[in-house]
Structure formats: structure tokens, C-alpha cells
Design a protein around this ligand. Structure first.
Ligand SMILES: O=C(O)C1=C[C@@H](OP(=O)(O)O)[C@@H](O)[C@H](O)C1
Ligand SMILES: C=C(OP(=O)(O)O)C(=O)O
Length: 456
């Protein structure tokens, strides 16, 4: 079967024919693998390399399409970006005030992180740039970033309706430092404001009621900025950045992406007899919500050799097939497992009883409406579930029929999640398009097959 996707506005694989695939009930998964580098850290390493003086060496960079688009944007804004070998990159920075106006629109493909962080980066510079992406990215809200950035002084020269892509921003080297409380838990919004704050005189402060991934704050400090992070309220943080720092190139060694590790991890839990070790997985506590939840569900996940590498906690995870039970997943855990809900829903399909995932409104504005896409996929595979407001309730069973084709809506995580479900299903699962897996986990198919997964 071959279908054509809806016309994608910007360049990239979104223009090509859809690539369907089917996963089948598989024998025990076994082996030891390292999933590719963390996507959030990879984007940020390139962007900080762009702002820094000197040459930033990045090892273990994720060479997925999202990150490659950010690398191209850094080059278009004045950095010299060189690939020395697999995952081994160098960025010769343009310096704090050295960004230049790109000759052509910047195409961020499928990537919310890439485009939102770069809007912040441009906001504090005397640069005008046009931002665009594929059909999925053109549908995502940008106002959440434009609101604080316009307060800081960026001018929206042009935009599609509702402040969506494509849009053109005129940055300013006279950006105003602000204090901004993010209205939703979003590391992308926080990071955009902090990156704009690099160009502002004075102190830029971001307050978040619920702490989100802190890679930007960590990297600001790593590259020499004066940044202070304090607790705020019960779950939040206050981040204060002194403007106009001199950022100095610093090496970044990117750990394995916990959001990618989630797929072989859940696969090992649901396929009988499995015993898989995932190495060098980043264990930043703001990223480990899935592991916390799965442990509560009774998963056998052994955290081996936990250590600090390049400023982040990392560990090897030994994962064995487990009898899971349903649990309550509280809304305050959402920021620490935001991209992992689709694959948690797959684990929940095999758990005894109900898994209730609360407070998932942010899932509606990802590459697809993930709450709807997961619910439709579960329905196609014969899994009992219910969406109540922003909550997803999944009732697990000892056997899951499978089915499809599951509609993936240009969303890598929906594609990978349902392929994982198929590995433990009775009849297998087909998905309509696996092309977008290349945005975050280009080696997903060969890696899963190497563990024993049957995916055709
Ligand atoms: O800052 C980042 O690197 C990311 C933040 C999250 O998005 P939000 O900031 O929209 O929650 C997450 O979903 C995304 O995959 C990566
Ligand atoms: C939401 C995601 O990414 P982004 O927002 O960068 O498109 C994701 O990778 O699941």
C-alpha cells in the first residue's frame, strides 16, 4: 500500500510518498544497544556553538532530521558547521553579536524545538529571518514564544494566521530583559526567552510553576554565562540570566536520548522472555518520568553503573519482560515524561487494570494531537481506553489483538509506539507512515531488528 501525504509546504521528506510498515509478534528481544544522542541536548549544543567564541566540539550528536535542520540554520546564521565523522561535529561560533541575516528562509522541517529556540536566538540579535517548517510544524502554536519575544522587542514582520509559520522576525540588539512566568510548562518557551536574553542588557528571569527539562540552563553555565537557578513554589523554578555574556566554546558529549530509549525499553517489558540493556541513557531527573512510572507499574528495570558524564547523570538500564499493573500517573509528572505518553499507553495496554494518565493538554500541540492519535491507534488495535477531558485511561489485558493501519499524522512517536505495540500483539500492527521516525531516531528500524523485533 502506498499513499501520498497531504502536500507539505516546506522541503524535506514530507513531500514524498508515505512509507507504511508492519510489526509482528516477535520472539524474546535480547541484546545491548546505545540509542542515538539526546535530541534536546543536540539542538542546544549546536545553538550554543553558534553563539560561542571559538570552536565547540560535539560528540554523540543525534544525526536525525530535526537536529540536522538546526545545524543548517546555525550555518545560515553565520556559524561554520563541520561534520568530522559519525556524531562528531564542530561549530565555529559567530560570537555573541556576530549572527548574520540568512539569505533564505530557515526550514526547521518537523521540529518544534529547533524553530522555537532559534526564534529566541534571533530575537536578541540585529538579524531578520524567516522561519518555516513542514505541514505538521505549520499547524503548531508559535504565539507562546512570540508573546514574550515581542515584549522583549522582537518585531513580527510577517506571519501566517494566528502567528503560525511561515513567519518573519526582526530581532534587535536592544532587546529588553524581562521577567516572564511561562503560562504552560514548556522548556521550549523557557529556552526561547533565555536565548533572547543573551542579547539583552540586564537580567532576564524565567519563572516556571512546574520545572521542565533544564538543558538550556545547564548549557548556559557550561558555556560561561552567569545563570542562577532557584526553586520556586512546590514544583517550580526561577531562572535568572545576566545578559550579554561572553560565551566561550566548550566540548559537549551528548548522552543517549531517554525519549528514544523508551521504545526498546517498553518493547522489552511487553515481549515475553526479553532481556535488553540500554547503555549510556541520560538520567536527568527532569527526563525520567517514564522510568518512575514503569517502576511503579512493576517493571523490571535495573539501573546499572549510574555515573556523571559531561555534566549529566547517565546509566545503563537492564530491562526484562515484566508483568505490569495499572497505576495513576499524576499531572505534575507530565513535564518529566511529556514525549513518552504514547509509548506509556502501549505499556498500559499490557498491564493488569487501568492506567490513568492525568493532565495531558500539552499532548494536543505536539507533532500531532497525540491524545487523539494515541486514542485512535489504541482503538484500531483493540485496546480498551477512554479520553476524559485531558486524561487518558487505558485498560490493559493479557493479550492485545493488534490491527491498523494506525494513522501516524507526521508524528515519529506515534509511529514508533504502535510498531512497539505490534511486537507483543496477536496479529501485528501496521502503521501508515514511518518516514518521520528519521526526525529523532534514524536507526530505530535496524536497532529494533538487531534486538529480534520482526518489522516488515
Ligand atoms: O525543549 C526541548 O528540547 C523539548 C521540550 C518539550 O516541548 P515543550 O517545550 O513544548 O513542552 C518536548 O516535548 C520536546 O520534544 C523537546
Ligand atoms: C515534541 C517533540 O519534538 P518537537 O517539539 O521538537 O517537534 C518530540 O520529539 O516528541
Amino acid at each position: 500500500m502506498s499513499a501520498t501525504r497531504s502536500a507539505a509546504p516546506a522541503s524535506g521528506h514530507g513531500d514524498g510518498p508515505a512509507q507504511p510498515a508492519t510489526s509482528l509478534r516477535s520472539p524474546a528481544l535480547t541484546g545491548r544497544v546505545r540509542v542515538p544522542g539526546d535530541k534536546s541536548v543536540s539542538h542546544r549544543a549546536l545553538i550554543f556553538g553558534l553563539f560561542a567564541e571559538g570552536i565547540t566540539r560535539i560528540t554523540g550528536l543525534l544525526e536525525g532530521e530535526d537536529v540536522l535542520n538546526t545545524a543548517k540554520a546555525c550555518a545560515a546564521l553565520g556559524a561554520r558547521v563541520t561534520r568530522r565523522g559519525p556524531g562528531d561535529w564542530e561549530v565555529e561560533g559567530a560570537g555573541a553579536n556576530g549572527l548574520s541575516t540568512p539569505a533564505a528562509p530557515l526550514d526547521f522541517g518537523n521540529s518544534g524545538t529547533g524553530v522555537r529556540l532559534m526564534m529566541g536566538a534571533v530575537a536578541g540579535q540585529d538579524v531578520t529571518a524567516t522561519f518555516d517548517g513542514d505541514a505538521s510544524l505549520r499547524g503548531r502554536p508559535m504565539k507562546r514564544v512570540l508573546d514574550p519575544l515581542t515584549t522583549m522587542g522582537v518585531e513580527i514582520v510577517d506571519s501566517a494566521e494566528g502567528g503560525r509559520l511561515p513567519l518573519t522576525l526582526k530581532g534587535s540588539d536592544k532587546t529588553k530583559a524581562i521577567t516572564y512566568e511561562t503560562p504552560m510548562p514548556s522548556a521550549q518557551v523557557k529556552s526561547a526567552v533565555l536565548l533572547a536574553g543573551l542579547g539583552a542588557a540586564g537580567e532576564t528571569v524565567v519563572i516556571e510553576r512546574e520545572a521542565t527539562r533544564d538543558h538550556t540552563e545547564r548549557m548556559l553555565a557550561h558555556f560561561g554565562a552567569d545563570v542562577r537557578v532557584e526553586p520556586h513554589g512546590a514544583h517550580g523554578r526561577r531562572i535568572a540570566l545576566k545578559g550579554r555574556p561572553t560565551l566561550v566554546a566548550a566540548p559537549v558529549d551528548v548522552p543517549a536520548d531517554p525519549s528514544s530509549a523508551a521504545f526498546p525499553l517498553v518493547a522489552a517489558l511487553i515481549v515475553p522472555g526479553s532481556d535488553v540493556t540500554l547503555t549510556d541513557v541520560m538520567m536527568n531527573p527532569l527526563r525520567t518520568g517514564l522510568i518512575t512510572t514503569l517502576l511503579e507499574m512493576g517493571a523490571s528495570i535495573e539501573v546499572v553503573a549510574e555515573r556523571t558524564e559531561g555534566g549529566e547523570r547517565v546509566a545503563d538500564l537492564r530491562v526484562r519482560h515484566s508483568r505490569l499493573k495499572g497505576v495513576e500517573v499524576p499531572p505534575e509528572r507530565a513535564p518529566a515524561m511529556i514525549d513518552e505518553y504514547p509509548v506509556l499507553a502501549v505499556a498500559a495496554a499490557f498491564a493488569e487494570g487501568v492506567t490513568a494518565m492525568r493532565g495531558l493538554s500539552e499532548l494536543r500541540v505536539k507533532e500531532s494531537d497525540r491524545l487523539a492519535a494515541v486514542a485512535d491507534g489504541l482503538a484500531a488495535c483493540g485496546v480498551a481506553h477512554e479520553v476524559v477531558g485531558d486524561d487518558l485511561l487505558v485498560t490493559g489485558a493479557a493479550t492485545v489483538k493488534g490491527g491498523g493501519p494506525v494513522a501516524t499524522h507526521m508524528d515519529h512517536r506515534i509511529a514508533m509506539s504502535f510498531l512497539v505495540l505490534g511486537l507483543a500483539s496477536e496479529e501485528g500492527v501496521s502503521v501508515d507512515d514511518v518516514a518521520f521516525i528519521a526526525t529523532s531516531f534514524p536507526t530505530f528500524m535496524p536497532m529494533m531488528r538487531a534486538l529480534g523485533a520482526v518489522i516488515a
